[in-house]
Design a protein around this ligand. Structure first.
Ligand code: MGD
Ligand code: MGD
Ligand code: SF4
Ligand code: MO
Length: 733
């Protein structure tokens, strides 16, 4: 009787299904209540040992996203007069394949590009299938948001200096963390060594409780900075100068790990020589920091004994991003912040095959910086980035718009946008707008009519994360323990919507391409299941996928310890602290860290980027709950600056750069350094000005203030997307 009652009760309440959120990359475990194939409630999974029930406001509102009235549930075709009709995804894919075939015939395979944006990373299967499609098509035009994010942190830096096969110290066994422009408490993003993305507030609290020292470098007293032991409120864009100064002090005071350096580092002397200009006095003047704080930071970081320096997007959007990463890695290298022989690695990953982890350097990989060249400049081209699926070559997104506009062989004519929003995200919005208009074919896979989708010839509706199987591939080696989670789809998708990888498979099939993942061919007649794709991606994994699949919820696996092996003298490499280019970059940074962008009189403020709690880049403002927390990206300005400018909170101003002008809503914020304006990206609309008078409802696009070819960074073409000189114009009336 009791059992019967319980069942009745359960039916009324709905079935409880464990899953995880993929609104962002943190993958927080959740429990969904499902009634009649509808999610009626979504709650944190409090049983989960890694997350302890942590979630954020964005994830918790996913039911609203699923059932959004404006959600794209079919495919949409745009006609010459600008009108759209609904068609089936099968028909859309047929028509797109026909057009691609024509374009390939006329302009060659390079003219067909895909841009896989931030949300494409939230579906594990996207990139292996997308890359396989490009390989089969023989088109190098494979772009992702990594190359406008932190390409130097995950590729260029390692290619130039080399890296440590045994891995860098992670947060849980660190005594000190140097956090450079990374605000994990809001972004839920950092790599091991930084604050873990999984319940970051807990991780930070635990670290501090065991005596860890936190040093934060940020122009804004961010959520993380306000919990720091030492906060360096730097002038934006001066990170390279500060880091060079820290290295200078550590080496001059001989606080580095000399034994480690002797054994594993080459060209340290030349490197130290070139740091000479960066004396504490000089660095203090350049960074607007107290000399004593700079010296204290150097000593505190070097005292460790264990720890890590990590960057977020803040410094890599500024000038000299490649140098910033080199110097960050150099701090870790000279202080020997690497696992040594005999030490146990906290997590060697669950989804990859067992691999030897010797205590030795993998030498620089110059071939990671060569490959297909951009047609814009010989200095820019394919960069290899270290992804969850191994090293992958990508073309540089920062100059993708130029590749579309520049006529001649290889010009991009068709662009497939997957979970991205180039019109709002790419540096240099005016050019991005022209480029997208110039395409013969623009396709978007999205769940809503994004600013880019509005321009597309075809929009295909995408599934959302709770409608598809997935696995914790992206985050596999970021956890502090061997943890993994497979989720089945919680509900069946309603409508004619597809997954990201399916779009590539479907087009591959229609174009007669043979795709393969890790040398395993995909069935191109009968579509493989998501599980089969994930199985190919994880072949030989430390825990078989079948085991992970069978478990409900995430699980920490009891795996044999991974102990760092002694170095093999036959294969041992050296970390190169002074590879080609560093001397020039350091000299350049000493000369002018703003790279000539600052026009002091005309543009006295520096605009920096930030993330906001209630949106994920451009995803969020369409959802009423998240919009209730704010419908614009305010220009956060220090109250004293506001007073001086005779501005008040909530007023609309114009921000002007060399490149353009945008409206913005002022928000007084004592956290911001004086002379700095902090604003989130990916807001606003097209740069034609039509949306300007709706700035309070839709925000404004900071990329309108940028020229992507002002000092494009070597290799990646990274544009300066932060520390942008601007002036504030008071609007009257
Ligand atoms: N809620 C939310 N989460 C997100 C996103 C989102 O839009 N919203 N976006 C996601 C994406 S795409 C990414 S790449 C990650 C990024 O994750 P993070 O890198 O942590 O991004 P932010 O939170 O913007 O933190 C960057 C910090 O750098 C500081 N900064 C700005 N300019 C400089 C500078 O010149 N020098 C220094 N030292 N610091 C500077 C900013 O003030 C800010 O505090 O976040 C992801 N997570
Ligand atoms: N000035 C300036 N520019 C920047 C930055 C900055 O700090 N400053 N940051 C840069 C960085 S780090 C990044 S990563 C880029 C971000 O650039 P993008 O990745 O291009 O931009 P997003 O807004 O994240 O685009 C996500 C799109 O995916 C859609 N979407 C949401 N859920 C799903 C889904 O489940 N499936 C599919 N298929 N689509 C979905 C959303 O509606 C949205 O249109 O911007 C870069 N640009
Ligand atoms: S941090 Fe928020 S958005 Fe990101 S996975 Fe967790 S709940 Fe989802
Ligand atoms: Mo990003």
């Amino acid at each position: 009787m009791q059992e019967e009652q319980q069942k009745m009760h359960q039916k009324k309440q709905g079935e409880q299904v464990k899953t995880f959120c993929r609104f962002c990359h943190a993958n927080c475990p959740m429990v969904a209540t499902v009634e009649d194939n509808r999610i009626t409630a979504l709650k944190p999974d409090t049983d989960n040992v890694i997350f302890g029930g942590y979630t954020c406001l964005k994830g918790r509102q996913m039911p609203e996203q699923l059932y959004l009235p404006e959600r794209i549930l079919t495919s949409l075709k745009k006609h010459a007069d600008g009108s759209r009709t609904q068609i089936s995804s099968a028909q859309a894919l047929d028509e797109i394949a026909d057009k691609l075939r024509e374009i390939r015939k006329k302009y060659g395979p390079r003219s067909i590009a895909s841009y896989n944006g931030t949300v494409s990373f939230q579906n594990s299967a996207t990139h292996p299938v997308a890359k396989a499609w490009h390989v089969a098509l023989d088109s190098p035009s494979y772009y992702t948001s990594i190359t406008i994010d932190q390409p130097a942190k995950v590729g260029i830096g390692q290619a130039r200096m080399g890296f440590w096969a045994g891995g860098n110290h992670t947060w849980q066994d660190s005594d000190v963390a140097l956090i450079i422009g990374n605000n994990t408490l809001v972004s839920h993003f950092s790599i091991p060594g930084g604050i873990p993305s999984f319940s970051p507030s807990n991780a930070l609290r635990e670290g501090k409780k065991r005596g860890m020292k936190i040093i934060v470098i940020d122009p804004r007293k961010s959520e993380v900075a306000s919990r720091a032991d030492l906060f360096l409120q730097i002038k934006p864009g001066q990170d390279a100068v500060l880091l060079a100064g820290l290295l200078h002090i550590i080496l001059a005071e001989e606080l580095h790990d000399k034994a480690f350096c002797e054994e594993n580092i080459e060209n340290l002397q030349q490197f130290q020589q070139s740091l000479k200009p960066f004396t504490p006095e000089y660095v203090a003047a350049r960074t607007d920091l107290a000399e004593a704080d700079i010296i204290a930071a150097a000593r505190l970081f070097a005292s460790g004994p264990r720890g890590s320096a990590t960057t977020g997007t803040g410094p890599e959007m500024g000038p000299y991003p490649n140098l910033v990463q080199h110097l960050t890695q150099a701090l870790n290298a000279i202080c020997g912040r690497h696992y040594r022989a005999g030490e146990k690695l906290p997590n060697a990953g669950v989804l990859s095959p067992p691999m030897p982890r010797p205590a030795q350097a993998i030498p620089p990989q110059p071939e990671w910086l060569t490959g297909v060249r951009s047609r814009v400049s010989e200095d820019i081209g394919e960069v290899t980035v270290l992804t969850a699926n191994g090293p992958i070559k990508e073309m540089p997104t920062a100059v993708c718009a130029d590749e579309i506009l520049l006529e001649g062989e290889g010009q991009i004519k068709a662009l497939i946008v997957i979970g991205g929003n180039p019109l709002l995200a790419w540096p240099g919005q005016a050019k991005a707008y022209e480029a997208l208009k110039n395409l013969d074919l623009l396709i978007c896979l999205d769940y809503k009519m994004s600013a880019t989708a509005e321009m597309a010839d075809y929009v295909i509706g995408s599934k959302l994360c709770l409608e598809r199987d997935d696995l914790t591939v992206l985050t596999d080696i970021w956890y502090e323990q061997p943890y993994s989670h497979y989720t089945k789809a919680v509900v069946e998708a309603e409508g004619d919507v597809i997954e990201e990888w399916e779009l590539f498979w479907e087009l591959g099939k229609r174009l007669g391409l043979d795709l393969s993942i890790r040398d395993q061919p995909l069935d191109m007649f009968n579509k493989p299941s998501k599980y089969q794709i994930l199985e190919m991606m994880t072949t030989g994994s430390r825990v078989p996928l079948a085991d992970i699949y069978q478990r409900e919820g995430g699980h920490v696996y009891d795996l044999p310890d991974v102990i760092v092996a002694p170095a093999d003298p036959a294969t041992k490499g050296m970390l190169d602290l002074f590879p080609e280019g560093i001397a020039d970059e350091l000299a350049g940074a000493a000369r002018d860290a703003d790279r000539g962008l600052a026009l002091k009189q005309e543009h006295p403020f520096l605009l920096v980027s930030r993330r906001m709690k209630n949106v994920y880049n451009s995803t969020g403002p369409e959802l009423s709950f998240l919009a209730s927390k704010g419908t614009t990206n305010p220009a956060f300005i220090h109250p004293d600056d506001l007073e001086q400018l005779n501005l008040s909170d909530g007023e609309v101003i114009a921000l002007r750069s060399r490149q353009g002008e945008i409206p913005a809503v002022v928000k007084s914020s004592p956290d911001i350094k004086r002379g700095v304006i902090s604003m989130a990206h990916c807001w606003g609309a097209a740069p034609d000005g039509a949306g300007d008078d709706r700035v309070r409802e839709i925000g404004a696009n900071t990329n309108r203030l940028i020229n992507n070819l002002d000092n494009p960074e070597k290799y990646s073409g990274m544009a300066q997307q932060s520390a942008i000189p601007v002036s504030v114009v008071k609007l009257t009336g």
